[in-house]
Design a protein around this ligand. Sequence first.
Ligand code: FES
Length: 533
Amino acid sequence: MRITGTGHASLRIDTDAGSILCDPWVNPAYFASWFPFPDNSLLDWETLGDCDYLYVSHLHRDHFDAEHLKRFVSKKATVLLPEFPTSEMRDELEALGFTRFLETKSDHVHELDGGLKIMIQALTSPTDGPIGDSSLWVEHNGVRILNQNDARPTDLTTYAELGHVHAHLLQFSGAIWYPMVYDLPQAAKTAFGKQKRDRQFDRTFRYIDDLKASHVVPIAGPPCFLDDELWQFNDIFGDEGNIFPDQWVFQQEYAKHGGTNSTVLLPGSVMTVTPDSVSTVHPVDVEEFFAHKREHLEEMRDRKRPIIEAAKASWRHPEVDVLKEMKRRIEPLLDESVYLAKGVGGPVRFDLVGYDGTSVESIVVDFPGKQVRQYADEKVRYRFRTERALIEHLLFIEEVDWVNSLFLSCRFTATRIGQYNEFVYSFFKCLSEERLQYAEGWFAEQKPDAEDIKLGDWIVQRRCPHLKADLTRFGIVDGNTLTCQLHGWKFDLPSGRCLTSVGHELRSRAAGASAPASAPAPASGDGAAAELS
Ligand code: FES
C-alpha cells in the first residue's frame, strides 16, 4: 500500500485494488485565514484527482474544498460517504457533479472490488465537527491503516479488534480559536495556550498508545496564517503558548515520550507500507525544510497575498441590513430551540466594526428572550467583536454554520463572563432547521451514565459528562481535580462541578464515602439537560 502526502489532512492511498483520495484541501479556508502548510498547491492535482474513490471526512472547509473538488477530482470516483445524520455532505458533493456514492454504515467493514476493505466510523454528536466527523480504516493484502484524521473517538477498540494496524495517521496540533481571540492578559493567554498545547500532545500520545500501530504519521494540521492580521498565530516566534506546533515539533515531543516510529509526510512524500516495513521517499529533506520554516512562510505570504486581497474585496455587502437579516434568520430558530437556548442561558452580543474601522453597531442574540435586537446596555454572557463585512457576507451567502466560517477564521475577539459555554458555539453551527432539529434531538436523547469507577481516591461515573470518553482511559486525577484528556475538560471532584464549561456535572465521591441512598440524577452528556432538570 502506498500513501502519498498531499498536505494537511489530505492523502492519496494507492493499492492494487484502487486508489482513495482523502480530504484534498488547497484553497484558503475560513475567510482566507487558513492555508495548508507546507504548500500543496503546486502538486500535480490533475493526476492525484484521477482516483477511484473519494473520501471526505467531514464538511470543515480545511477538509471539504468545494472549488478544488469541482476542478480536479474525477467525477467518476465513487464517494465513500460517512454515515452522517444529515444529507448535507451528499447534497454538496452532488452539486459539484459527483454521482457515485457508497453510503457506508458506521463501524461496518465494506468490501470493495479487488479485496479492498474499508470501514468509516462516523461521529455524530453536534459538537463533532460541523455535525459529524469521521475516520477511515483501510485494509488490503494484509496491510491496515487508520486515517483517524482530526476525529476524536472515545476509544479505538473497534479498529484494534480488526487486527494490527501498520500506519496510524492522526491529528496532534490545534485547530481552534482558543485562547488567542479572548481578551486576556498576555500572561494568561500564554498559560492557557501552553496548557492546550500540552493537552493536544497528551491526547495524541494516548491514542497512539491505545492502537499501538507499527508507524505513526502526524497529519491534519497545523494550518498557516498568511494574512498580516493573523501572522502572529504561526508557531515561529518561540511562544510556548502557541497552539499550532508543526509536524517536526511533534516528532521531537514524541521522541521525548519514547516514540521512535513516526514519519512526517510533506506534500509529495510517498510512504510504502508493507506488513513488515515502512519506507518513505520525500521531495526534499524534511529536517532542512522545517529548519527554514519562517522563510517558507514568508515566501508563501508574498505569493498568496493577491488571493487574500481578492477574498477580502468580496465580503462587503452594504445592501444587507444586518439586524433585520439576523432577526429573520435566527429568531425562528431561537423559538424552536429548547436545549441549546437553555444551555446558552443569556444574551450574546456581537459588536460589528464598520468599514471605517471605528464605528460599531451592537446586536444581541437574546436566548432567554428569544429575539435578536439592538444591544440594550445589559450584561451579556459572551461578547464577540468582528468586522461587519464578515457578518454581511455570512448573511448574504446564507451560511448555516458560523463556526465553519467566522469562528474558525479567528477574525474576531471574544470576552465572556464565567466558564466556556459549548452551547453558544453549538447553536451558531446550527443555523438551519435541519441542523437545529438534529442537535435538539441529540441532546434530548442523552441517557444517564449509571456505571461508576475508582480513580485514585475517588469514585466517579465511568463516562465523561462532556462527550462520554471512558474515564478509565482518559481520566487523570490530580489532587481534587479530574482531567479528561480527550478534550482536556476539568472537574472538581468534591463537588462534581465542571471547571471548564457550564453544566456537565460529574457524579463523584471520595472512595471511603458511601454512595447516596438514592443516587442523584446522574450527570448527562450535556449541560443543557442538567440545567433543565
Ligand atoms: S469527552 Fe471531552 S473532555 Fe471528556
